[in-house]
Ligand binder design. Structure first.
Ligand SMILES: CC(C)(COP(=O)(O)OP(=O)(O)OC[C@H]1O[C@@H](n2cnc3c(N)ncnc32)[C@H](O)[C@@H]1OP(=O)(O)O)[C@@H](O)C(=O)NCCC(=O)NCCS
Length: 330
C-alpha cells in the first residue's frame, strides 16, 4: 500500500510587490531582477495575516478537494521557518482554527525542503498503519524576516501557503518515493542568525540586523543545482523509473536560472512540462512546491498514470525529491 495525496490547496495573499515597487525601495531594476531570477512579482501578507491564518485557508481547500471532514484528520504537520511564535507550534494554532479535534499536531523545520520532509513523515505514518489521514501544510511569511534595505535578498522572497491531504485510500497522487538529504556543514551560507537561544533578541541584535535572512547567494545557487539534480536522480533510481518516463517536473521556485540549470540535466523534458510559478510568487520557501503542485493539479492537464517529479533545496542545507504517480482509480 502506498500513501496518496488525495487533495491539495494553496493560499496567496492579495497584496502584490512588483519589481517596479522594489525599484522605488532599493537600488535595483526590473531588468536585473528578471534576468537574474525570472521573478516579476511576489505576494506579501497583510499585517494581520500569519502562517497560521494562511495555512488555514490552504487546508480548507485541500480538505474540500480531498472530501475529508475535520473529524477524519489524524495528524497535522506544518513545515515553516516563519512560525507565528517559537512556541506554541503553528500546527496547534491551525488545529484549533479548523476544529481538528482528534488530530495530533507538530511543526517541522527543514527550510525550503519542508514540504518534502513533511510528505515523507506523512508517508511513513500512513504506510505503517498508524494514521489514515494526515494534513501536511507549508506556510511562510518571509516578508517578516526580509531586510527591505538589502537588495541582494529582498527581491527574492514572497509569502504564501500550501496544503495537502495524505491518505491511505482514494484516488490521487500515489507517493512512490521520497528521498531526503542534509549537510549541516554549510549551515552559515543561508541563515537567520538572531532570535534563537544563541542570539536572543536584544537591542544589539536588532541594531546588527540579525533578525533578517543572511545569504551567500552565489554559493547557495551552485549547491542548489547540484543537490536537486542528485536527489532527483536518486529518487528515480529508487523506483526504477527512467528520466524519459517523467511527465512533469515541479521544482522548488527559488530562481528561474536554477530551474533551467536542473532542466538542462533532464534532456527529455520539454519546457512546458516544467511547472513554474517563480515569476508570479518568487521564493515562498517551504510553500513553494506545494503551491506549484496545487496549481498544476488544478489545470487538469495531468493524465492518468503520469509521473510527477518534485524536488527542493534549502537552508541547512537540506534537499529532497519525490516521485508521484497520478491514479484516478484507486
Ligand atoms: C541571489 C542571486 C539572484 C544573485 O544572482 P547572481 O547572478 O549570483 O549575482 P551576484 O550575487 O553574483 O551579484 C552580481 C552583482 O549584482 C548585484 N546585485 C545583487 N542584488 C541585486 C539587485 N537586486 N539589483 C541589482 N544588483 C544586484 C551584486 O551587488 C553584485 O554586484 P557587484 O558585482 O558589483 O558586486 C543568485 O545568486 C541566487 O538566486 N542564488 C540562490 C538563491 C536561493 O536560491 N536562495 C534560497 C535557496 S532555497
Amino acid at each position: 500500500m502506498k500513501a496518496k495525496i488525495i487533495g491539495t490547496g494553496s493560499y496567496l495573499p492579495k497584496k502584490i510587490l512588483s519589481n517596479l515597487d522594489l525599484e522605488r525601495m532599493v537600488e535595483t531594476s526590473d531588468e536585473w531582477i528578471v534576468s537574474r531570477t525570472g521573478m516579476k512579482e511576489r505576494r506579501i501578507a497583510d499585517d494581520n495575516e500569519y502562517p497560521s491564518t494562511m495555512g488555514v485557508e490552504a487546508c480548507k481547500l485541500a480538505m474540500m478537494d480531498a472530501k475529508v471532514t475535520p473529524e477524519e484528520i489524524d495528524f497535522i504537520i506544518v513545515a515553516t521557518l516563519t512560525p507565528d511564535y517559537i512556541f506554541p507550534s503553528t500546527a496547534c494554532l491551525i488545529q484549533e482554527s479548523l476544529g481538528l479535534k482528534s488530530a495530533a499536531a507538530i511543526d517541522i523545520q527543514a527550510a525550503c525542503t519542508g514540504y518534502l520532509y513533511a510528505l515523507s513523515i506523512a508517508k511513513s505514518f500512513i504506510e505503517s498503519g498508524v494514521y489514515n489521514n494526515i494534513l501536511i501544510v507549508a506556510s511562510e511569511k518571509l516578508s517578516s524576516i526580509v531586510d527591505y534595505e538589502d537588495r541582494s535578498t529582498c527581491v527574492l522572497f514572497g509569502d504564501g501557503a500550501s496544503a495537502a491531504v495524505v491518505s491511505k485510500n482514494g484516488p490521487g497522487l500515489s507517493v512512490e518515493s521520497v528521498c531526503l538529504g542534509a549537510d549541516g556543514e554549510q549551515a552559515e551560507l543561508l541563515m537567520l542568525p538572531g532570535g534563537g537561544s544563541r542570539n536572543p533578541a536584544t537591542q544589539k541584535t536588532v541594531n546588527e540586523k540579525l533578525h533578517y535572512i543572511k545569504m551567500a547567494g552565489n554559493e547557495v545557487f551552485k549547491h542548489a543545482v547540484r543537490r536537486m539534480e542528485a536527489a532527483s536522480k536518486q529518487c528515480l533510481d529508487q523506483v526504477q523509473i527512467k528520466e524519459e518516463e517523467v511527465s512533469w517536473l515541479v521544482p522548488h521556485q527559488a530562481n528561474k536560472r536554477i530551474i533551467e540549470a536542473i532542466a538542462k540535466r533532464f534532456t527529455h523534458l520539454p519546457s512546458d512540462k516544467i511547472f513554474i510559478t517563480v515569476d508570479r510568487y518568487g521564493n515562498t520557501s517551504a510553500s513553494s512546491i506545494g503551491i506549484a503542485l496545487d496549481e498544476l493539479m488544478k489545470t487538469n492537464t495531468v493524465k492518468e498514470g503520469e509521473n510527477l517529479l518534485l524536488t527542493a533545496f534549502g537552508s541547512g542545507f537540506t534537499w529532497g525529491a519525490s516521485l508521484l504517480k497520478f491514479t484516478r482509480n484507486a
